[in-house]
Design a protein around this ligand. Structure first.
Ligand code: SF4
Length: 253
């Protein structure tokens, strides 16, 4: 890809205009294997931007984000807060499905970066929720999902709220419990974002925001960090059946 071919974020004046550009984009090799690009969906006025890693089989077929089993779990988690898809905007780090649901390659992430950057500019969300390791690393390169999931972090004047990927929750009950516990802190993350926008100095460093109410200690049935760490290893072995079902590969959670 030449510099002249590189998508320029300022070219797109609206979310819809950007989506049209994504649907016809040929700026990385993922366009050769996609059925549909998946620009994202939701409210263009959303204060919460949810970012996954990349489309899976079902998303590629329909051109919409998080519509498989992972999407159902995401909907259930949002309903617990309570929020719906109309209250948020959902997109991915890469807008086209990597073959066999593999992790996107660095050059694919780089090629797609201007779209996500412009989505951030146009939406100007108060809270960025990342789903999975790859999405978190886009904002927090030194982060570790097993340690940082569920933390309310300050990132460049916004709240960064990393969560495990729902596909990981589908594979492992311990991860699912962590995810369901973590998402209950989303309202607190929104409140924390108001404190930031109310005048706290903007920082380019990632910092954990002081919680107003301490995080509850582990309850019976709640996953421990040790369980989650163990799951990281277990989850790297995706079955053929799961690939065929189209949910995201789990090495990235
Ligand atoms: S993944 Fe992004 S950069 Fe690559 S073809 Fe799709 S829209 Fe274009």
């Amino acid at each position: 890809m030449t510099t002249a071919d590189t998508p320029q974020p300022s070219r797109w004046e609206s979310i819809d205009e950007l989506a049209a550009a994504v649907r016809s984009c040929t700026n990385c090799d993922l366009h050769t294997t996609r059925t549909n690009a998946v620009p994202g969906s939701g409210s263009s006025k959303a204060q919460i931007l949810i970012i996954g890693e990349g489309p899976g089989f079902n998303e590629d077929q329909q051109g919409l984000p998080f519509i498989g089993r992972s999407g159902k779990l995401l909907d259930e988690m949002l309903a617990a807060v309570p929020l719906s898809r109309e209250d948020v905007f959902i997109t991915n780090v890469v807008k086209c499905r990597p073959p066999d649901n593999r992790d996107p390659l660095p050059d694919e992430v780089a090629a797609c970066r201007p779209y996500l950057e412009r989505q951030m500019e146009l939406l100007n969300p108060k809270v960025v929720v990342t789903l999975g390791r790859v999405s978190m690393l886009r904002f927090h390169p030194t982060g570790k999902i097993s340690e940082d999931h569920g933390k309310i972090l300050e990132w460049e004047g916004r709240i960064l709220f990393p969560l495990y990927h729902p596909a990981a929750g589908l594979r492992n009950p311990a991860i699912k419990r962590e995810l369901q516990q973590d998402v209950l802190k989303l309202p607190e993350a929104v409140i924390a974002s108001d404190r930031i926008s109310a005048g706290s100095p903007q920082t380019t460093e990632i910092e954990e925001v002081q919680e107003e109410t301490p995080r509850p200690s582990s309850q019976p049935g709640e996953a421990t960090e040790a369980e989650a760490q163990l799951s990281e290893t277990l989850l790297k072995n995706e079955t053929t059946e799961e690939k065929e079902q189209g949910d995201r590969q789990l090495g990235m959670f």
